[in-house]
Every structure is written in C-alpha cells, then in structure tokens.
Write a protein that binds this ligand. Structure first.
Ligand code: PAF
Length: 289
C-alpha cells in the first residue's frame, strides 16, 4: 500500500493502471474509519483492479458551529485499516493541496439538497459536491463507493455525476450496523455510554415506521408522529431535526405511504447529531424486519 500526499504524485502512480485499462475503485472518506468504510473498500476490492481511498476532513462541508476542529483524526489507525483491506493507494492531501488560495468555484444543486439535512446544514452539500468533484477529477475512478447511511449524500452525488458527465459508476452500499442495530458512524465516537444506549432509539424508530406502514398506516403524519414519540420515550431530551417520510427518489415529503419511500431521521443525542434511514415500500414484507 502506498500513501500519496499530492495530486501530482497520485496521478503519476495511477498512470500505468490507466494505460493497462484497469478499473479503479475509489472510496472517498474523512478518516476515522470503521467497519462501514471497510465494507466499502471490500466492495471496491471485489469489483475493481485497483483501490484508492482518500482521507481528507473537508472544511467546506462543516458549518461554522459544527465539529470541524473536533472531528476525530486517527490517521495511523486509518492507514492500518486500509492496509488490512488491501487498499492499493491512500490519498491524504496535504493541507492547502485541495483548495488553492483564491479558489472561487463551487458545485451546487437545487432540488435534492432542499430536503432532509439541507435546511439544517446550510452549505453542507455544496461543500460535499465540490470536494467530491475535485477528488473525482484527481482520481478519475471507474467506480466510487458510498454508504447508504448517508442516503441523501449518495443521491446528490449520483445526480451530480450524471448531470456533470463524470464517467464514474456510483455504487451505494448497505449501511453497516452494530449487533444491536446502531448504524456505524465516525460520530458514534462522541457518544458517552449512556448516549450510546439512547442512540438505539433511531433504529427502533425506523423499525416502528416500517411496521406501521406494513400494518397499513398510510398517513405520513401518523408514521412520523409515531417515530418521534418513540425517540422521545427512549431518548428523553433528544432533539429531533427531522423524522420524515419522503419519496426515495426525489426526497420530497409524501402525504400518503405509496411507492418506494425513505424513512429518514436526524436526531441530536447530547451534542452528537446522528442520522439513519431505511427504504421501505407498502408491503407486508416490512413486518419481518
Ligand atoms: O461521507 C463522507 O465521509 C464525506 O462527506 C465525503 C464523501 C468523503 C466528502 O468529504
């Protein structure tokens, strides 16, 4: 495994693979890697000849009151995980290498970012799209791998790749969960043991929403209210940004359960903002999970 600190060195290292027509799998990350990232790397390893991971805590996707400076930075452990997953190249850009002084160009999208996390994190998706576009240009991957836990992010990147003609296949991989159901996230590291216990309210609320739909509840407001009530009872004091039923394609709120929907949650447990989601359609199959 080789670690590259500059885009020029990375480009030179990738050139022979490109000449041979090898497929390049890319997993962009902000580090603090966990089993969820490892599953993306494994998926990339399975389907591509060469695997590149980037580790860059992207300042432009954090709001002024968000956790950029406290975001966990665990490079030595991250590199060990990449080595275990047989990653070929890790791109860890030096500070100042990604955004050059005077940079003034950003990527924006108008529809998908209007929903769910968008209003609560102004500018977040602009920062994500801009950095991912830059990373796509630097790595020029055949396929890029994202987790379904960040469903809205994955949908926005899919749309960006299509709209801006990036010749990359976007692969969205299932959320990896702890045994008790908690979705893996780098931010779980902030939770105290008590908060970790309360955080299970998210997956329990999603299960409840899924069950209500399977039992025939059609009114989105009822499903949303049920999920909220469960979160407040299992995680007293939690602050809910949203507990929403939306169309899985457009992310627009739905009034009645119909077609493929996303149940999506963003909840602050203590100081930690957690998100989780599941895709669901009105069928009795939802009763089994
Ligand atoms: O999901 C993340 O870790 C980040 O948003 C990403 C895609 C690496 C962009 O900084």
């Amino acid at each position: 495994m080789r670690v590259w600190r500059s885009a020029a060195a990375l480009r030179r290292a990738l050139a022979p693979a490109r000449r041979r027509g090898w497929s390049i799998g890319f997993v962009p990350t902000m580090g603090a890697l966990h089993a969820g990232h490892a599953s993306l790397m494994r998926r990339a390893r399975k389907s591509c000849n060469l695997v590149v991971v980037s580790i860059f805590v992207n300042p432009t996707q954090f709001g002024p009151r968000e956790d950029f400076s406290e975001y966990p930075r665990t490079l030595a452990r991250d590199l060990a995980l990449c080595r275990r997953e047989k990653v070929d190249f890790v791109y860890v850009p030096r500070a100042g290498e990604v955004y050059r002084p005077g940079a003034d160009t950003v990527v924006v999208q108008t529809r998908l970012p209007r929903h769910l996390c968008g209003p609560y994190r102004p500018g977040h998706f602009r920062g994500v799209m801009t950095v991912v576009a830059k990373l796509f240009n630097r790595v020029q991957p055949t396929a890029a791998f994202f987790g379904a836990k960040d469903y809205q992010q994955a949908a926005i990147i899919q749309r960006m790749a299509r709209d801006l003609d990036f010749p990359v296949r976007i692969v969205v991989c299932p959320t990896v969960r702890e045994k008790d159901g908690l979705a893996l996230s780098s931010r779980n590291a902030y939770l105290t043991p008590e908060e970790r216990r309360r955080a299970l309210a998210l997956v329990h609320a999603l299960r409840l929403g899924r069950r209500l739909i399977a039992l025939g509840e059609k009114r989105a407001v009822r499903i949303e209210a049920g999920m909220r009530r469960l979160i407040w009872s299992e995680a007293p004091g939690a602050s809910i940004d949203y507990a929403s039923v939306v169309d899985a394609g457009t992310l627009e709120p739905v009034r009645r359960a119909r077609g493929k929907m996303l149940l999506a949650l963003a909840v602050r447990i203590g100081k930690t903002r957690l998100i989780d989601n599941c895709v669901v359609s009105p069928s009795r199959k939802n009763l089994s999970s």
